[in-house]
Design a protein around this ligand. Structure first.
Ligand SMILES: [Cu+2]
Length: 155
């Protein structure tokens, strides 16, 4: 190649080259941000399908259910239990970075249990009235992002 080939670039060509570099950097930054989101386990919980579980009654009479807390949804997000028997929810927060919580705010069931990153906590209560009780995560705006569910108490 002739040495002058390097010097023959027009100002427009140099501009285009500079723009391409900027665009490449922006694309790389976007990819890094996306990778971080995936690492953090952040995905919208909106419009997720309903995943329902029927609690089994253990030999000691306790209805145990495992609920996984993700950013930003519960899995399962619908839990069916019998009235009048103790319920034990095992809450496991799968997020590496984000603390979560499960809250039921109702006159007959009042639960609010925070779960730190990668932690597991249990909470117990006995439902006294059949009905549908919404639950949500009360951290930040997580419930707006879809971190909600329903506890269904059947006779
Ligand atoms: Cu949360």
């Amino acid at each position: 190649m002739h040495p002058s080939a390097h010097r023959s670039k027009s100002p427009a060509g140099r501009l285009a080259a500079a723009w391409l570099t900027t665009a490449a950097a922006a694309a790389a930054a976007a990819a890094a941000a996306a990778a971080l989101l995936v690492l953090a386990g952040c995905s919208s919980g909106l419009n997720r399908p309903v995943t329902s579980v029927d609690a089994a009654v253990d030999s000691d009479g306790v209805q145990r259910v495992k609920i996984r807390l993700h950013s930003f949804y519960f899995e399962p997000n619908r839990v069916v239990v019998r009235v009048g028997k103790p319920v034990e929810l095992e809450l496991h927060n799968h997020s590496l970075l984000i603390p979560h919580n499960l809250t039921i705010a109702h006159e007959s069931i009042a639960v609010s249990k925070g779960v730190g990153r990668k932690r597991t906590h249990r909470v117990r209560f006995t439902p006294s009235k059949p009905g549908e009780y919404p639950f949500h995560c009360d951290v930040g705006s997580h419930s707006d992002k879809g971190m909600t569910g329903t506890l269904v108490v059947v006779p």
